[in-house]
Design a protein around this ligand. Structure first.
Ligand code: FAD
Length: 317
C-alpha cells in the first residue's frame, strides 16, 4: 500500500459521524422509527440526535425516543431542546425532565415562531435566544448536583472555567455557515456563536449547506474570531428534486443550482437517488479534507441514504 493509500485508509476508518432523526408523528410510526434507529445505531455513530418541536409540540414523543435510544442501543442520544414560546418555569421543567431521564447531551436551539407570529417578537417567551437556553441547561444541571466543596482557584494558577467544574454535560448549538435568515451578516452569526461558547456550549452542528466552501470559509472566519469548539458540518443526502425544493423552502438556504440541474435531468427516481448520494459523499469528503472534525448526517428517518454515503466515504464497511 502506498503511503497516501495508507493514510487514506487510516483516516477513512476513523471518521466520526452522527445522525439526526425526528420523533414519530403518530403512534403508528413509532415502530418504524425504532427500526430506523436500530439500523443507524448498528454502525456505531458518536450519537443520534432527536429533534424537538418548537413550542413543545413533540415534547413527549421526543423524550420517548431519546429514552428508547438510551436504553435500547449502545449509542448516546443527543436531545434537541427548544425554548421559543416557553416561560422560564416551563423551560426549567423541560430541562429537568430530560436530565432526570439520564440525558447528558443536548442541542440547545431557540426554535422558530409559529407562522402567524413571525412579524412580532412576542413569540419568543421568557428565553430570548438559544444562548439563554445554554445557560439554563448548565444552571439546572448544577442545581441537581449534590453540594461539594470546590477549591478556590489560585491567583496566578490560571482561572478554571465554571463549565469545566460541572459534571460533563455536552451542549451543542446551531451554527449557520450561510447565515441565519434573521442575521444581518456573518459577523453577527459568529458573534452569536461566541456568546454561546462563552455560556458553556462545547459543540456546534451546522445547518445543512450544499457547497463545501460555505462551511470551510465560515470556519476560517469563526476560528479567527475565537470560536474554538468543534463545529460539525450538517449534511443531508437530497435524493429527489421534490425534497430539494422543500428543504430550500424550509431552511432559506440558497438553491444549489448544479444539484438542482443534476436532479432535474436524472431520468428516474433511481437516477435522482444516485445523484443525491454522490453529491452528499463528495461534500462530506471535501469538508473532511478541509479539516471538519466529523460529519453529522440528517437522516430524515431513512437509514439507506445516510448509510450509503458513509459506505462510499469508507467510514463504514
Ligand atoms: P439563536 O441562536 O437564538 O439565533 C436566532 C437568531 O437571533 C439569529 O439570527 C441570531 O443571529 C439572533 N440572535 C441570537 N442571539 C442574539 C443576540 N443576543 N442579539 C441579537 N441577535 C441575536 N428547530 C426546531 O424547532 N427543533 C429542532 O430540533 C431544531 N434543530 C435544529 C438543528 C440544527 C443543527 C439547526 C441548524 C437548526 C435546528 N432548528 C430546529 C431550527 C432552529 O430552531 C431555527 O434555525 C431558529 O430560527 C434559530 O435557532 P437558533 O438556536 O440558531 O437561535
Amino acid at each position: 500500500m502506498s503511503t497516501h493509500a495508507a493514510v487514506q485508509a487510516e483516516r477513512a476508518t476513523g471518521i466520526p459521524f452522527s445522525f439526526e432523526v425526528y420523533p414519530a408523528r403518530s403512534e403508528s410510526q413509532v415502530e418504524s422509527v425504532h427500526e430506523t434507529v436500530q439500523k443507524l445505531a448498528a454502525v456505531a455513530p458518536q450519537f443520534i440526535a432527536v429533534t424537538y418541536g418548537a413550542g413543545g409540540s413533540s415534547r413527549d414523543r421526543s423524550l420517548d425516543l431519546v429514552r428508547y435510544i438510551l436504553t435500547e442501543t449502545n449509542v448516546p442520544p443527543m436531545a434537541h431542546l427548544t425554548c421559543v414560546g416557553s416561560t422560564a418555569n416551563e423551560a426549567n421543567r423541560l430541562v429537568r425532565d430530560f436530565l432526570d431521564a439520564g440525558i447528558r447531551q443536548f442541542l440547545a436551539i431557540r426554535g422558530d415562531a409559529p407562522e402567524d407570529a413571525i412579524e412580532s417578537e412576542d413569540f419568543l417567551g421568557d428565553l430570548r435566544s438559544a444562548t439563554e437556553l445554554v445557560q439554563l441547561i448548565h444552571r439546572v444541571q448544577s442545581e441537581r448536583e449534590p453540594y461539594t466543596e470546590v477549591d478556590e482557584p489560585q491567583w496566578g494558577g490560571g482561572a478554571v472555567r465554571l463549565s469545566q467544574r460541572r459534571e460533563p454535560v455536552r451542549i451543542g448549538v446551531a451554527a449557520f455557515p450561510n447565515g441565519h435568515p434573521q442575521s444581518r451578516n456573518r459577523a453577527q452569526d459568529i458573534d452569536v456563536l461566541l456568546a454561546k461558547q462563552a455560556q458553556g456550549a462545547n459543540l456546534a452542528i451546522t445547518q445543512l449547506f450544499f457547497d463545501a466552501d460555505d462551511y470551510l470559509s465560515f470556519m476560517v472566519d469563526a476560528r479567527a474570531a475565537g470560536v474554538d469548539f468543534p463545529v460539525i458540518p450538517g449534511i443531508m443526502p437530497v435524493t429527489s428534486l421534490g425534497r430539494l425544493n422543500r428543504i430550500v423552502e424550509i431552511t432559506d438556504e440558497p438553491m444549489p443550482v448544479h444539484l438542482e440541474a443534476a436532479l432535474g435531468s436524472a431520468s428516474d427516481a433511481a437516477a435522482q437517488y444516485e445523484v443525491g448520494i454522490a453529491h452528499a459523499t463528495e461534500l462530506a469528503r471535501a469538508v473532511l479534507d478541509g479539516g471538519a472534525p466529523g460529519i453529522h448526517l440528517y437522516a430524515f428517518n431513512q437509514h439507506a441514504p445516510v448509510l450509503d454515503v458513509l459506505t462510499r466515504l469508507g467510514a463504514i464497511d
